[in-house]
Design a protein around this ligand. Sequence first.
Ligand SMILES: [Fe+2]
Ligand SMILES: [Fe+2]
Length: 171
Amino acid sequence: MISQAMEKAINTQINKELYSAYYYAAMAAYLDNEGFEGMANFMKAQAHEETEHAQKFYDYINEQGGRVILGAIDQPPVDYDSPKQIFELALKHEKYVTSLIHELVTLALEEKDYATKAFLDWFVTEQVEEEATMESILNKFKIIGDSGHALYMLDAKLGERAPATAAEDDD
Ligand SMILES: [Fe+2]
Ligand SMILES: [Fe+2]
């Protein structure tokens, strides 16, 4: 069993993960419209991963005999300045999600809820990866500067990211 406070906090996190998916899907839509199909593909895979995060939290609540409650998902931004700005926003967003995961860990420790603490460990590690991925792509944008050719190459490179599937999941 998890406490009511923990159930509520995890339900909120489900909403945040689904918003993350929606946010990355909105970025993909912008990138597709601007002709950056590779980067759009990357963001679609990212969005899919976020729905899997939401599913993990959903399953955990059920496993613990709690009740999943799905709330409304906010509308993500429609317009962006550039592909580079999108990855800046993605990194900023991942840092925000990391802070939310850390708050959940804090709550679990306060409640001496060691099962939830153990469950959350996967997300703590995942967030390190998420930030590192966005950080490394951003570094490439910095190297590229104003080179259209290099931007074209980066788009092709990011297009190589395979769409996430359940079978490829490392859990
Ligand atoms: Fe996530
Ligand atoms: Fe993420």
